[in-house]
Ligand binder design. Structure first.
Ligand SMILES: C[S@@+](CC[C@H](N)C(=O)[O-])C[C@H]1O[C@@H](n2cnc3c(N)ncnc32)[C@H](O)[C@@H]1O
Length: 210
């Protein structure tokens, strides 16, 4: 039987956390009803790779590119804002290094097979690595601040094939970024080459017209 050590949270706390993660993961699954299988895909903003794993399992892309800096700004702050507390730049750097290594380990088999490619860099630098019309779909989930989301959408639109999709998280959520995703996506949806497919469960799903 599970017995938490003194001072550690009990089983019910763990169950709640796990079921929250599972619910959150499942709330995005409707995207996979639309996103084409077997394509060339990019996830921008990876964190610990939980959603990457779901993409691999459900969408079965031919190649999945994963982009995240897993490093801090020069002043030690995180690129997506103060979402985690670190005592110093050194602590943050060590934690991000560990997260990077864990993601690399998690997908080691797929990386060896050439099915997953990790890019330890910022989104706009990564966008420049790829020719236009390269991706079947992209998941944009990096910094949620308005200017950053706007820049990511603009950087990856040309990289989508005609008829390709772009999805992302935290639409219609205020967060510390003050509706940055919603504002940037709503502006972007007015673009004549963009068609809105679904807005549901805080996900946006848009399409580049063929
Ligand atoms: C919300 S998390 C991503 C979660 C992941 N997509 C998932 O669903 O499991 C945001 C991630 O974006 C990364 N990030 C922040 N700014 C970025 C940027 N400019 N380019 C690439 N990644 C960035 C952060 O390091 C963080 O790991």
């Amino acid at each position: 039987m599970y017995r938490p050590a003194p001072g550690l949270p009990g089983r019910r706390w763990i169950d709640r956390l796990l079921s929250k993660r599972a619910r959150r993961a499942a709330s995005r699954d409707f995207l996979f009803e639309t996103l084409p299988k077997g394509g060339t895909v990019i996830e921008v903003g990876v964190f610990d790779g939980d959603f990457s794993e779901r993409i691999l399992a459900i969408n079965e892309p031919a190649v999945l590119h994963l982009v995240d800096p897993w490093f801090t700004r020069d002043d030690g702050s995180l690129y997506d804002g103060p979402t985690q507390d670190f005592a110093s730049k050194e602590t943050a750097t060590a934690a991000l290094e560990e997260q990077y290594q864990q993601v690399a380990h998690r997908f080691a088999r797929e990386i060896r097979a050439g099915r997953v490619v990790m890019h330890r860099m910022l989104s706009h630098d990564a966008a420049m690595l790829f020719p236009d019309e390269h991706f079947d779909w992209a998941y944009i989930d990096a910094s949620h601040f308005y200017d950053d989301v706007k820049r990511d959408l603009a950087a990856f639109l040309p990289k989508l094939r005609p008829g390709g999709y772009c999805a992302g998280d935290d639409y219609d959520r205020r967060g510390i970024w003050d509706h940055g995703v919603t504002r940037a996506v709503d502006e972007f949806r007015l673009h004549p080459s963009i068609e809105t497919i679904r807005l549901k469960n805080h996900q946006f799903l848009i399409r580049k017209r063929a």
